[in-house]
Design a protein around this ligand. Sequence first.
Ligand code: ATP
Ligand code: MG
Length: 589
Amino acid sequence: MSKTTKSGAEPAAASTSNFIRSHIEADLAAGRYAARTWGGKPGPARTHAGAASDTAKIRTRFPPEPNGYLHLGHAKSICLNFGLALHYGGACHLRFDDTNPEKEEQEYVDSIRDAVQWLGFDWGPNLYFASDYFDFMYEAAEYLITANHAYVDEQSAEEMRANRGTLTLPGRPGPWRDRPTAESLARLREMRAGQHAEGSMVLRAKIDIASPNINLRDPTIYRIRKATHHRTGDAWCIYPMYTYAHPVEDALEQVTHSLCTLEFEDQRPFYDWLLGKLADGGLLARPLPQQIEFARLNLTYVVLSKRKLIQLVDEKHVTGWDDPRLPTLAGARRRGYTPEGFRRFAERIGVSKADSWIDYSVLEDCMREHLNEVAERRIAVLDPVKLIIDNYPAGQQEECFAPNHPQKPELGKRVLPLTRELWIEREDFAETPPKGFFRLFPGNSVRLRYGYVVKCTGGDKDAAGNITAVHCEYLPETKSGTPGAETVKVKGNIHWVSTTHACATEVRLYDRLFKAEHPGAGDRDFLLDLNPDSQKTVTAQLEPALREALPGARYQFERHGYFIADSRDSRPQAPVFNRAVTLRDSWAK
Ligand code: ATP
Ligand code: MG
């Protein structure tokens, strides 16, 4: 397993330059795409590539298959493609690569649009569906046959596999390879008309059956699938293969730089072969798009395989596609992660040609950094026990003031009402203090944050020995913000909320979904690596201002971390909170 980056090293270099940027800059300097009149070319490009007056200098695209929800890995690709277009005055297309009729659903299309927009990107008029090009793709297939660049192969799947050879064995031509073009054309038309059974024949490119690159050994470009497509319905019973469709989609949309992950590197010769042949035949215009590969995001402590994500949802290991623990963008959003945090993350990890692992803490750090800048501070007691100020009059109440953000006075202050009885964290009291404990224990004084210094006098216990209340006395001259505040020095500073005013609320303390750095490494079942403590739900006591929290509002709960009012389960005056991330990395070894 390759090494894991914890620091998200090379941050400066990543944001300013990388091999893709250098490549684009060289193309721009050479005027490689300058001569192109966008949208003005003959053929389908005119109808698909947007307005003729378009001045986009480069074109990239994000091409998801609508067969799942977007995950954290997709965020890298989205930030990269849209980011480059923004940087170079170009356009980035959102294209649904819906060439596979079986697994695609409108639900996925909607969720993908939503996620890209949430990340802060706008495709403008450039929203496309690969299925809109089915007519062109079919015409191109007929052209390839007539130009002797493709043939219909009627070998069985086993025969085809055997004749294709292996990584070490060259392939052998099958019996249909040199059949007359008219015959192939007739078969393709019959395939299209539904006259042949699934699996009985395929259309293959005619390239080099003995090529050392197995992808060039006459790859299949069309197959029979008698399936209903989510957009074209039953209009087609043959569908193009992804490897054939993708380059054609790029070319029709006049994409300049087609960025994909490293596993497609061996497909690049086919990408170039196909577009070159179609351009030679006058079906596509030059200059043609270029495929450039980069290393996909590998992140520790998560799974990013669509199959595994679907399994987690279907088998109800999580509550749904937007479960805050799931590494989907819908989940991350509900968890309280921010688009700015993702964009920062994408910059920090950069792009490279070498596969590597990024430690999950790098993503968490990016979220913390952004949330620290924007989240207002609030007080929440997550494990409440009562603190009684015995010398504070019952029924009396006064206002304490807490800044909404320590570095941003312009965000103002809010009122924390102080009363005789308060909620404090259970762990802030110890009957017999461990070494180095500066909070409440009999005889010790602490400051009630934004309030008074109090001296602990003891605790009440129930029959089982559990602390039921803590007692203290306050020093009236020590109120924060008054001249006497500094006269008594204390080492501990604890947070509190008035029991009279507190808002009791469900708070979910989410943690990582997997406890293993590489879930399912080797042949291990990844489900065995699920973290049994990935969600703990508590009833917390929150300061009264949080009663008004709107769904989606994010806060720092002082001393605890960053939280968001849940967008599904919050009700007016009754928010429910999710923990996005703790204040410090609790997983660091
Ligand atoms: P599938 O196996 O279904 O093809 P996929 O993860 O490739 O799954 P797509 O919907 O095809 O999903 O991906 C859309 C785009 O996102 C592709 O360009 C793909 O390269 C990119 N992408 C997917 N996973 C990652 C990842 N982990 N890191 C970076 N980019 C990714
Ligand atoms: Mg894919």
